[in-house]
Design a protein around this ligand. Structure first.
Ligand SMILES: NC(=O)c1ccc[n+]([C@@H]2O[C@H](COP(=O)([O-])OP(=O)(O)OC[C@H]3O[C@@H](n4cnc5c(N)ncnc54)[C@H](O)[C@@H]3O)[C@@H](O)[C@H]2O)c1
Length: 249
């Protein structure tokens, strides 16, 4: 029960890694605000989790993030734990990216992480302790075909985390988890498009992964919850790759 009486603010909370993290925090005694573009999905997910709420916000919109933070404090009584997991995957050769599409990638991933950190950090600092986890990707560290804008956005998140962690001290720790390939709402359509079915999609996706399988969202949640919890009480500014060995080869 590492999160007894603690409140998690998680973006991208209606699906995948964000939702799995909320489930894990609730299983260990906490409550969560599931913040997502998709309000209906966030509310439906929250209804399954005792004491949790669903909220709508586009993380690229600073006012919307500020409003979701305020609503969480009002309805759940505060914020102790933060996970910035909202994101979308888009690939293609650089020639196919116009500035608006590139900026959207940056605004959601880097801007969204910045907005979440900016508006939750003062609350955690005032409380005297807390933990923020940002979400990068192996794409921040390795090169994949037709993946430059997403990889750049994820590398920026790891950099933002390292810089911000100093400013957040001494009260708050800020760390980053970089997932490898994980079966979620983001990857399922890509796997189906590439493979025709999930089994063939996974066979294609695990090429180059030494563990020869993809992760479950629960495995990423376990890694994120390490950083969220006092198990990581002397760890800040770090990025931990949970990738089945993808980046060691
Ligand atoms: N699944 C993977 O293999 C993988 C690998 C590396 C990194 N990641 C990262 O993990 C994070 C979570 O992704 P996931 O795999 O759980 O995907 P997912 O699609 O299952 O969940 C992402 C959630 O974010 C929400 N979202 C998207 N854009 C948003 C916005 N602008 N504002 C608010 N909410 C928004 C979506 O509605 C969705 O519910 C993302 O940042 C993603 O880039 C995923």
């Amino acid at each position: 029960m590492r999160f007894e009486d603690q409140v998690l603010f998680v973006t991208g909370g209606a699906s995948g890694i964000g939702l799995a993290t909320a489930r894990r925090v609730v299983a260990e005694g906490g409550r969560a605000a599931l913040v997502d573009l998709d309000l209906a999905k966030a509310e439906a997910a929250a209804a399954e989790l005792p004491g949790c709420i669903g909220l709508a916000a586009n993380v690229a919109d600073e006012a919307a993030v500020a409003a979701a933070v305020a609503a969480t404090v009002e309805r759940l009584g505060g914020i102790d734990l933060v996970v910035a997991a909202a994101g979308h995957a888009e690939f293609g050769p650089i020639a196919e990216w116009d500035t608006a599409r590139f900026n959207r990638m940056m605004e959601v991933h880097v801007g969204g992480t910045f907005h979440v950190c900016k508006h939750t950090l003062p609350i955690l600092k005032a409380r005297g302790s807390g933990s923020i986890v940002t979400i990068a990707s192996t794409a921040a560290f390795t090169a994949n075909p037709k993946n430059a804008p997403y990889g750049a956005a994820k590398a920026a998140i790891a950099g933002l985390t390292r810089q911000l962690s100093l400013e957040a001290l001494p009260e708050v720790r800020v760390n980053c988890v970089a997932p490898g390939r994980t079966i979620t709402g983001m990857t399922t359509p890509l796997m189906l498009a590439r493979g025709g079915d999930m089994a063939e999609g996974e066979r294609i996706f695990v090429q180059g992964i030494p563990m020869k399988r993809m992760a479950s969202p629960d495995e990423l949640a376990a890694t994120i919850c390490f950083f969220l919890s006092d198990d990581a009480s002397f760890v800040t500014g770090q990025t931990l790759l949970a990738d089945g060995g993808e980046t060691i080869v």
